[in-house]
Design a protein around this ligand. Structure first.
Ligand SMILES: C[S@@+](CC[C@H](N)C(=O)[O-])C[C@H]1O[C@@H](n2cnc3c(N)ncnc32)[C@H](O)[C@@H]1O
Length: 227
């Protein structure tokens, strides 16, 4: 799907005034909106397009994806922008999120006509065989969880699962400095702090920053290179 077109259509239908009414309970009709509706609307917000387009454009500039590629999205939320961006270009997309509500909404409603794998689980829960065939690991929710260098068996991180994925596979991670948002448990102040959350196997190729009125977002893209 053409993501720019999707963004244009959404911008035409959902005006800033409409977003304000839905998100602000004091403005009448907003009171009747459920937290889930607001959350879903937020996943298609202009700021979400800004940060996801940054990631998508950088990934596409590296030109490594093809019709045989497999993508895994950690902390996928609804997959709102990333699924349409990559669906036609790769063989398989798997979304993993620990929240049943977002996985159900995406699987049985938003993307019910698409062949996307939706898994409801903690990404630190178990190593899945499909990770061995994954070409791109995306995580735009790094601020919500333990650092990616700790992606491995809990509770004591000893053998990182990055040693078990395909050598040369790519990663595309985002975090941010939005410390004021209560669900953000692992924000970073700058890109150097974010890099420290990577394992020694993560070789950074692209780093970028995206301004946002609530705090800068950070992008790191690279490859898993085994020693
Ligand atoms: C608010 S959302 C997405 C925020 C992100 N900045 C973005 O724009 O994509 C964060 C998601 O991460 C998920 N999540 C957090 N920790 C997780 C974990 N350990 N395993 C799986 N999903 C997780 C949450 O359930 C939630 O759906």
């Amino acid at each position: 799907m053409d993501i720019k077109l999707l963004q244009r259509i959404l911008d035409l239908i959902i005006t800033p005034d409409m977003r304000e009414v839905v998100n602000n309970p004091k403005e009448g009709r907003g009171e009747n909106r459920t937290a889930e509706e607001k959350d879903l609307l937020d996943s298609f917000s202009p700021n979400q397009f800004l940060s996801k387009m940054n990631l998508i454009n950088h990934i596409k500039s590296l030109n490594f994806l093809n019709k045989d590629s497999e993508i895994v999205i950690f902390g996928s939320w609804y997959g709102s922008i990333l699924i349409p961006a990559f669906y036609d270009e790769v063989k398989k997309i798997t979304c993993i999120d620990q929240d049943t509500k977002v996985i159900s909404r995406a699987k049985y409603d938003l993307f019910k006509d698409l062949n996307v794998d939706f898994i409801c689980d903690d990404i630190f829960g178990e190593f899945r065989n499909q990770y061995k065939n994954t070409d791109l690991f995306i995580n735009t929710s790094c601020e919500h969880m333990k650092p990616m260098k700790e992606w491995g068996p809990a509770p004591q991180y000893k053998n990182p699962w990055w040693t078990r994925v395909k050598e040369g596979s790519h990663f595309a991670f985002q975090s941010n400095a939005m410390f004021d948002i209560p669900t953000h448990t692992n924000c970073v102040n700058n890109i150097e702090e974010f890099k420290k959350q990577l394992s020694i196997l993560h070789k950074v190729i692209i780093e970028d920053e995206i301004p946002d009125e609530r705090g800068t977002r950070f992008t790191l893209i690279g490859q898993i290179c085994k020693p």
